[in-house]
Design a protein around this ligand. Structure first.
Ligand code: CTP
Ligand code: MG
Length: 186
């Protein structure tokens, strides 16, 4: 058993770019629907009006900026946390993939919401909160296995990011709602 409080804080801090990607996508979003307005064979939108390229690209890039700030802060502070990479380029690659996979998982959640007949913006606790974090964990584990094992490979880290996701998602959406960036508080 390692140092449990440290593993919790480390998993939380290093996963912040994945959480931040969603509210950051709200800021840049709203232009150019990712499904190009097209319908699925079931007659409903493939992803819906809530998933746009401007949100996907802007959210991913801003999330990686957040990741780079965490990377540099940890370096300057001499933090014992696992670094995102062995240098700036590999750290940037990891946090960019973290943002992209988080918003890809978010789009998968929307795809599933549309298939069960939920309108864009409808509240669907599990489909709003879990696909983005699970897909991010899958992709990071495939492409950055060493980092993933060090941060999430101990069950404390893994449970931390999964269990903290629903309250984080809720808190962030309430903030977005108050700031009027989002239409609804979920
Ligand atoms: N957004 C975007 N592009 C993305 C993700 C989000 O433009 N790839 C913007 C949209 O304006 C969206 C808002 O952020 O309405 C909130 O995101 P989210 O809650 O994920 O989307 P919903 O509108 O709730 O749609 P869905 O039901 O498909 O989740
Ligand atoms: Mg929503």
């Amino acid at each position: 058993m390692g140092n449990i409080p440290f593993e919790i804080v480390q998993a939380f801090v290093l996963t912040l770019p994945a959480y931040a990607a969603n509210p950051l996508a709200v800021i840049t979003g709203g232009h150019a629907p990712m499904d190009f307005g097209r319908n699925f064979p079931d007659g409903r939108r493939i992803l819906g009006k809530g998933k746009t390229w401007s949100g996907f690209i802007g959210g991913s890039l801003l999330a990686s900026v957040a990741g780079i700030i965490i990377y540099i802060s940890n370096l300057l502070l001499g933090s014992p946390m696992v670094p995102y990479g062995s240098g700036f380029a590999s750290a940037f690659a990891l946090v960019l993939v973290m943002g992209v996979s988080s918003l890809s998982g978010d789009a998968i959640g929307s795809f599933l919401k549309r298939r069960i007949g939920l309108e864009s913006g409808a509240n669907a606790s599990l489909l709003d909160q879990l696909p983005f974090i699970l897909f991010m964990l899958l992709i990071i584990t495939v492409f950055f296995t060493q980092f993933s094992m060090a941060v999430y490979g101990n069950l404390v880290g893994l449970f931390t990011v999964i269990l903290i996701t629903p309250p984080m998602h809720r808190a962030v959406n309430i903030i977005g709602f108050r700031m009027r960036g989002k239409d609804v508080p979920w």
